[in-house]
Write a protein that binds this ligand. Structure first.
Ligand code: TYD
Length: 131
């Protein structure tokens, strides 16, 4: 059973020169093999996204542009993490409830996922999640 202690920040290696930064995600960077990538953009500041946990899917969330906050919750404890750097990924294992809010203007929330999209592996009811 995962707890919020299993949520962690992954450093995405970057290359810097006078022309700017280049960040690289290779298979060693992410603790699962990537099956799907999706991203949220043009999100109104007052929106709250997420609001679910996954039975199967592991994810890494990256603020490719701008900033937002992710609340992770294992049913006992929660923590709020601000993401605002394109070379930091938030790893979320299975069984962790997440909500994403406080999107800045122009924020892009980029998600690497370990599974194909399957609504059946979502838990969208917080009471069911809490058990
Ligand atoms: P939803 O899970 O509510 O997004 P968020 O995690 O930001 O709260 O998904 C929004 C809609 O998009 C919902 O109808 C499901 C659909 N969707 C897909 O079709 N494919 C996907 O890979 C994802 C993540 C969502």
């Amino acid at each position: 059973m995962n707890t919020i202690n299993n949520v962690n920040i992954i450093d995405i290696p970057k290359v810097h020169d006078e022309r700017g930064f280049l960040a690289v995600i290779e298979k060693e960077t992410i603790p699962f093999s990537i099956k799907r990538v999706y991203y949220l953009y043009d999100v109104p500041t007052e929106s709250s996204r997420g609001g679910h946990a996954h039975k199967e899917q592991e994810s890494v969330i990256i603020a490719l542009s701008g900033s937002f906050e992710v609340v992770v919750d294992d049913g006992n404890s929660k923590k709020r993490i601000m993401l605002n750097k394109p070379n930091k990924g938030l790893y979320i294992p299975t069984g962790i409830w997440r909500e994403i809010d406080n999107f800045s203007s122009g924020a892009v929330c980029f998600v690497l996922a370990s599974t194909e999209y399957d609504e059946a592996e979502y838990i969208r009811d917080y009471e069911v999640f809490k058990g």
